[in-house]
Design a protein around this ligand. Structure first.
Ligand code: DQA
Length: 148
């Protein structure tokens, strides 16, 4: 059976393409979703790709993930640096988690160096733009198939 991966995107990522293109590039979130679905097909993974500006909605989706998905790839946007609620939900869900950022958060402001998600993530991919999501899918495919 094809495993499903939940890809979550946090606030302002719906603005990709027009939002600070010098930092985030010109790809839209729809472009990234399209690449993820295609890469998922190659890896025999179903991709459920979502975006919300709301912390609570992201928490709800994480709570609903166990039983429905084999893993979570998350770019929580600014909530990465602030949200204990998302950390708690991720910790409780029991699924493998990969953290993704388009930009290299360590080259940026000091406040972006702190992530509440990294302690519960298998790994972190940042600085490769939209391609980072495909790299995360490859990483999660390996984890999902070796843990079955
Ligand atoms: C981001 C980095 C965050 O610091 C920022 O708040 C974002 C996007 C990234 O993908 O590089 O919204 O998660």
């Amino acid at each position: 059976m094809t495993a499903s991966v939940l890809i979550l995107n946090g606030p302002n990522l719906n603005m990709l393409g027009s939002r600070e293109p010098e930092i985030y590039g010109s790809e839209t979130l729809a472009d990234i979703e399209e690449s993820c679905v295609a890469r998922g097909e190659g890896l025999d993974l179903k991709v459920d790709f979502r975006q919300s500006n709301g912390e609570g909605e992201l928490v709800d989706w994480i709570q609903e993930a166990s039983g429905n998905h084999a893993g979570i790839i998350i770019n929580a946007g600014a909530y990465t640096h602030t949200s204990i609620a998302i950390l708690d939900a991720l910790r409780a869900c029991g699924l493998p988690i990969i953290e993704v950022h388009l930009s290299n958060i360590f080259q940026r402001e000091e406040f972006r160096h702190q992530s509440y998600i990294s302690p519960v993530a298998e790994g972190v991919i940042c600085g490769f733009g939209g391609h980072g999501y495909c790299l995360a899918l490859e990483a999660i495919a390996k984890i999902v198939t070796t843990r079955v």
